[in-house]
Design a protein. Sequence first.
Length: 345
Amino acid sequence: MTFKSLKITRPDDWHVHLREGNLLKAVINHSTRVNQRCIVMPNLNDPITTTLKGIDYIKKINLLSNNNFSPLLPCYLTEDLDLIDFSKGLDENIFIGAKLYPNEATTNSKYGISSTEKIYPALEILEKKDKILLIHGEKVDSEIDIFDREKYYIDQELSLIRKTFPNLRIVLEHVSSKYGAEYVNYSPNIAGTITPHHMMLTKKDVFLDKSINPHHFCMPVVKNEEDLIALRNFATSGNKKFFLGTDSAPHPIEFKVPNLKSKPGIFSAPCSIEIYASIFDEEKSLDNLEKFCSINGPKFYKLPVNADQIELIEERWTVPEYTIHQEIKIKNFMGGKELNWKLKA
Ligand code: NCD
Ligand code: ZN
């Protein structure tokens, strides 16, 4: 038997939730074991809306990680953001850009945006300084089907943002639909991150007869097979507009209940790089894995590509069921299942 092995430039994760306190302690090593840089999401219980909070959060992460690891932080946009402080945070590289959460779209988004026009001054600052706007692209409206939120956000909000700020560079986060991926592909100045789970699951894996599987429940919700196929095709094609963003989003198991009150979020960090490798292998595109994981992201963010490499080997292993730290217990995505690729320690 011949086993394959593959060396690629060290990856970065352009969208991950590291949380804080004991939860941060429980999960951080799963992200630092592979990535040089992570864009750490600012949707803490007390969201990162000021430079002071940003400095404090980065410090907490740095205390728990090795010297080679760099957390990158976008500012959480609110309608009453202090724009002087925001500008300073961008100038001093405390913030890599800003994250737009539509109000009540996902975990800790209650301070998010109800009226996009109210944040036009912040978007103008981002455009002028050539800093990235990261968008959770879902339109939340009781009239709109949960599976159509991405499409409506693109048609009703994102297209207007792009028309108003044509030079603003945008990442459409965790692209979840064929419609969204095609939009990213043909629109200038936009890139998209793609998660492992949106290339693994469809709505049948979440919505069961009378309940849901909370461990497959995330925002945006996973969609149909044609969406999954489109995301696989764009990710594995080498197309420079798409890159790695796991959206690994841990919640302790007590918040994962089998109905729509469950907190949304899938914790994939213990095996995300291994899932990506397996997907690229299945799609006969291992040649393009490095572009997706390690090249396209830094190019879009105008940052240097990492200098060292990681090695992935073709070896069957079983993903542990849980991540446990003190009183915290989190279900791992793919926990108990076998994968064909493994990170060489
Ligand atoms: C994320 C979380 O839990 O913070 N949840 C999720 O379902 N992806 C937030 C987010 O990125 O939407
Ligand atoms: Zn996220």
